[in-house]
Design a protein. Structure first.
Ligand code: T4K
Length: 417
């Protein structure tokens, strides 16, 4: 009997999956192509510092994004930091609190105060009206984020930036290969940044990139990426080491070659989730617009706050079943250090983000799960929501008493990612 509460693994039943199903399980491309490329790296004895594979990867990324310049980096966080430097930002920069903490950290690491603007609960992206309200004489820029690959309100943000003489940068870590209103992500603002981390749609183990159509900006970003070196012995300014290695580019190029396959799998998975979750009271699948190109790398549900089973209850139920769903992005960055301690609590009131951060749950997708897995996950969600309040009460009582079946579930301090 899989119908009763007793059958849930969280209450002592057998887990639905015998091994974990992950969010962000890396999509691997063609292994032979990867290995051949790595052999080439070794044969050339050229491992990093602007090698041929990095150059090829930069050209391929620029082509997808439809921009003139791509500056590949060792990860997405360094791409942000270098873009922030190259843009000459200082003082305060307005950004969203509902993002991975790398977004505000990249600003703060440069001595800039990230000023959080609350989100629009319908789009999960920053609300432009909040942004404009927060501009002060110290504001130098706006850093938007295309959460889940759904473009943030780029036209409104660009208009605000123009009106106030600010620079607009976009953290497009989730949005490589996505479009908005017929334009590819990559060409918005002064520059955009990608992440090619292992968990991303296209991955280079670790990696990132800055893309722009601005020649002078690209030149500055290249200098900053390489210690400020303009030539062998000429340093033009402060720089860092943000270079991508040849092995990373080998993976990135191989991953890129399988892009169409990854998109097809993600779209098929998303459709299976949409069908499987349809009509479950209290569960809403976060939609993508069919008119935009989307990679559907993130399958996110909102668990209705008034439902008998909360998001956190469902999270615990799923983890016990070996479905390692993630509470991206909980809590909002404004509740993380150092921002929580450094900033005026009044300025950290983010009711929409707080509400969203207790409702969203990201489910496994990508090439690491198949349609049978998804059917099983949807069945678990349906049965858990149907079990409702009694199940929630048992799960909460048990979490408080820490019964061993919950050993795999991180406590509330987790969910940093
Ligand atoms: N801006 C935004 C909006 C971002 O989302 C990110 C990164 C950045 C900036 C910064 O870009 P990077 O500097 O990272 O390039 C993960 C990723 O590490 C991070 O790249 C990503 N966002 C974030 C959303 O997710 P965690 O701490 O959640 O990762 P972790 O280790 O818990 O892994 C996630 C899941 O993937 C786990 O269930 C395990 C699975 N996994 C992971 C890896 C690394 C695998 O199965 N194999 C693997 O190799 O941050």
């Amino acid at each position: 009997d899989r119908g009763g509460e007793a059958s849930f693994a969280v209450l002592g039943g057998a887990p639905a999956f015998d091994r974990p199903r992950h969010v962000g399980r890396p999509n691997l491309g063609d292994r032979e192509r990867l290995m051949a490329r790595i052999e080439g790296v070794l044969d050339r004895v050229w491992l990093t510092n602007g090698g041929p594979l990095v150059q090829e990867f930069e050209a391929a990324v620029a082509a997808v994004a439809g921009v003139r310049h791509c500056v590949a980096t060792c990860n997405g966080t360094l791409a942000l930091e270098i873009a922030i430097r190259a843009a000459g930002l200082s003082g305060e920069v307005i950004t969203t609190p509902f993002t991975f903490v790398a977004t505000p950290h990249a600003l703060r690491w440069q001595g800039i105060t990230p000023v959080f603007a609350d989100v629009d609960p319908r789009t999960h992206n920053v609300d432009p009206r909040q942004v404009e309200r927060l501009i002060t004489p110290r504001t130098t820029g706006i850093l938007g984020v295309h959460l889940w690959g759904r473009a943030c309100p780029v036209d409104e943000l660009a208009a605000i930036a123009d009106r106030h003489g600010l620079t607009l940068l976009l953290d497009a870590s989730h949005a490589f290969g996505c479009s908005s209103g017929g334009r590819m992500v990559g060409g918005f603002g002064t520059a955009e940044t990608f992440s090619f981390h292992a968990t991303k749609f296209v991955n280079s183990f670790e990696g990132g990139a800055i893309v722009t159509d601005d020649d002078a900006f690209a030149e500055r970003a290249r200098l900053v990426r390489n210690f400020g070196f303009a030539d062998y012995d000429q340093v033009q300014g402060l720089g860092t080491n943000g270079k991508m290695s040849e092995v990373a580019a080998a993976m990135g190029l191989t991953s890129l070659e399988s892009r169409d396959h990854f998109v097809a799998v993600n779209h098929e998975n998303y459709a299976a989730y949409r069908a499987g979750l349809a009509g479950i009271p209290g569960i809403e699948l976060v939609p993508y617009r069919d008119e935009d190109l989307t990679t559907r790398q993130y399958v996110v549900v909102e668990v209705d706050g008034s439902a008998d089973l909360t998001r956190d209850d469902l999270y615990r139920v799923l983890w016990a079943e070996n479905v390692l769903a993630r509470r991206y992005f909980h809590p909002g960055c404004h509740r993380m250090e150092p921002y929580r301690s450094e900033q005026d609590p009044e300025r950290l009131r983010m009711p929409e983000t707080d509400r969203l951060a207790t409702r969203t749950l990201t489910l496994p997708t990508g090439t690491g799960v198949d349609l049978a897995d998804i059917a099983m996950v949807c069945d678990l969600v349906r049965r858990a929501m149907a079990a409702g309040r009694p199940l929630g009460e048992l799960v909460r009582a048990q979490a408080a008493g820490s019964r061993p079946v919950l050993a795999a579930v991180p406590d509330d301090g987790a969910g940093t990612g």
